[in-house]
Each structure stands twice: as C-alpha cells, then as structure tokens.
Design a binder for this molecule. Structure first.
Ligand SMILES: NC(=O)c1ccc[n+]([C@@H]2O[C@H](COP(=O)([O-])OP(=O)(O)OC[C@H]3O[C@@H](n4cnc5c(N)ncnc54)[C@H](OP(=O)(O)O)[C@@H]3O)[C@@H](O)[C@H]2O)c1
Length: 317
C-alpha cells in the first residue's frame, strides 16, 4: 500500500472507517473517503486525520442510491486525474422493510448499482492504475449455510416467472419486482450473492493486470450494520453470534479487505469469506457450486448493466 492511492466507500462508520484508518497506517499516499453527505464525510476525514496523525484523507460526497451523485463524484475524480490503485467498494446495508430508491432499486441492492456505475466510470476514464485491485464487500449469508438467511434459486425463479430468462430474474430481484416476495434476510443474501456473481463477471472484462474480489469481512457486530435491520437480526442473530463467540472486531474484519488487496490476478473474480459454516477466522476462496455458475454470473452482470445503464469490457468475456 505504500505510496498508493485508495478510495473507500461507506467510511462514515464501521468497516469502511476502520479500513481507511488502516490504509493510512500502511502508508497510503492518499485515501479518498466517501459518504452520502459532504458535511458528514468531511467530519469523518477530520476524525481519521486526528486519530492517525496523518493528512492523507480526502473527503468525497457519494450517495450510491443516486446516479447523479455518482456522476458528480466521477467528475470530481476526473478533474483530480490521479489513478486509483485500490478501490474498496465497502458500503452496504441490511434492511428491515421493502424500500425502493428513487431509481426503483431495492435498498440492499442499491449499493451494487452505484458501485458498478463508479467502477465502470473509473475504468472508462482510465482512472484505475494498470495493476489496480478492486474489492467489493460480500457476506457469508450468500453461501446459504448461515441460520436465518437463505438466497433465491435464480434458475428456478427464472423458470417460474421469466420464461427461463435469468437476466430478467436477477433484474426483478434488484428491483424487488412484482413476483418477488420481500423478506429482509433473503434480500440481503440475494444482494451479496449477486455481488459475488458480479465480481466474477467483471474479472473476465478487466484489463489483464487488474483484479477484483468479493470479500466478506466476516461477523463484526460492533459496527452500525444492524441499525436498519429487523428485530430477528438485532435481537436473535447478533446475540446468538456473540454467545457463540462468532464475532470479530471491526479492525480484524476490515483487515480482510487489505489482505485481499495483496492477492494475485490468478484468483481474480473469486469470493473470499470465512470457512464454510463459519462467520469468523481466516478467509478462504468459496468453492460452493452456486458461486461458480457462469450463466448466473453473466445474468447478474447483464441485469446490473440494464439497471445501471452502463457497461464495460476491455475484452470479450
Ligand atoms: N458488520 C458485519 O458483521 C458485516 C458482515 C458481513 C458483511 N458486512 C458488510 O460490510 C460492509 C460495511 O458494513 P458495516 O458493518 O461497516 O456497516 P455500517 O457501520 O452500517 O457502515 C456502512 C457504511 O456504508 C454506507 N452506506 C450504506 N448504504 C449506502 C448507500 N446507498 N450510499 C452510500 N453509502 C452507503 C453507510 O453510510 P450511511 O451512514 O450514510 O448509511 C456507512 O458509511 C457492508 O457492505 C456490509 O454488508 C458487514
């Protein structure tokens, strides 16, 4: 990380804040920290500077729910013109009820759409360095082995409601469309599964020196993550995880992002998380077949392209 430039999304609390702090400690030349409001992220940058005793933080307003905000952030980055070495797409949330953004996207899915617009915009503007690393935050519920969380079987959902069209099926999930029965934990698991597929599909499109990984930081209940979650997560899942010792500090969890930034291009596109059935401990590449279903990966990519209105490829995937 020495002398590199990093951009971290969702830094106003939790893991994004911890990661930004660690990047400064590792010697980053500049850490661009983003948050939905400029005033709040300016405060975050000042707090990080005071805590780390460094002057490397640059605040940037970025609301991933609003395409105009992503465009404005991109325009600002283009104006500065300095290529990013480490793009950490950390922002994300667990919901409690069906909420759609102004653009008609389900709230837990919205960060991926904004992150896609940002990433494609940076790639198009030549603002990722030739060996850039992109890390996007995933989560263990996408595996299907975490109690209280299950994901949608996209092939079955497509067969039932979309004449077998998996792209249309993923798009329906992203928009929480008419045939989607909203359930908060399923919406979160689906959002993180689509992120893992998106990373796999992006890896096939990136220039050869760059790499992307989906990375679950693991269970870290001392962040603000559960603030929007329902009572089942707040009062059952989190206390159970604590009782079973399945928790890590935000710093340990955020460390996984930095570890992933050191991985090679040979494992680009993979999803790294705690060992199967675990929520903490060392991370490893997930081998579950559903993560490696190429048809679903490409369907997820195309659905995100359709919803976001932007596409990218440096080669034919
Ligand atoms: N903590 C865990 O146990 C855990 C486990 C697995 C995965 N994760 C993932 O790790 C990431 C960080 O979570 P955390 O635990 O640090 O939660 P957190 O304390 O709630 O932090 C989330 C950050 O993301 C930002 N954010 C959320 N939605 C956004 C949007 N649409 N546009 C812009 N910013 C947005 C939040 O900003 P605002 O304050 O403005 O909302 C906040 O800065 C998430 O992707 C989460 O799903 C966490």
């Amino acid at each position: 990380m020495r002398h590199s430039i990093a951009l971290v999304t969702g830094t106003t609390s939790g893991l994004g804040y911890a990661a930004a702090s660690m990047l400064a400690a590792e010697g980053c030349r500049q850490v661009i920290v983003t948050g939905r409001s400029l005033a709040r992220v300016q405060e975050t940058a000042a707090q990080l500077a005071a805590e780390t005793k460094t002057q490397v933080f640059t605040p940037l307003e970025l609301d991933l729910n609003a395409p105009t905000s992503v465009q404005a952030a991109l325009a600002e980055l283009v104006k500065r013109g300095r290529p990013i070495d480490f793009l950490l797409l950390n922002a994300g949330m667990v919901g409690n009820k069906r909420v759609l953004t102004a653009a008609g996207i389900e709230a837990a899915q919205a960060p991926l759409i904004g992150h896609h617009q940002l990433t494609v915009g940076l790639l198009g503007a030549g603002l990722l360095s030739p060996s850039a690393r992109i890390v996007i935050s995933g989560a263990e519920p996408a595996r299907g082995d975490v109690p209280m969380f299950s994901y949608t079987d996209v092939a079955a959902f497509a067969a039932k409601h979309h004449q077998g069209d998996r792209t249309a099926a993923v798009e329906a999930l992203v928009r929480s469309g008419p045939n989607v029965k909203y359930e908060p934990n399923r919406a979160y698991a689906d959002a993180k599964l689509i992120i893992a597929w998106w990373a796999a599909a992006l890896a096939r499109r990136l220039p050869s020196g760059m790499a992307v990984y989906a990375v679950s930081p693991g269970s870290a209940p001392d962040t603000q993550a559960a603030r929007n979650a329902g009572p089942a997560v707040k009062w059952l899942f989190v206390p159970m995880a604590r009782l079973l010792g399945m928790t890590q500090t935000p710093e340990t969890a955020a460390r996984r992002y930095l570890q992933a930034s050191e991985l090679g291009t040979d494992v680009s596109g993979q999803f790294f998380a705690s060992a199967p059935k675990k929520l903490t401990g060392p991370m490893e590449a997930m081998r579950h077949p559903h993560f490696h279903d190429r048809a679903n990966q490409e369907a997820a990519w195309q659905a995100v392209v359709n919803v976001s209105g932007v596409d990218f490829s440096s080669k034919h995937p």
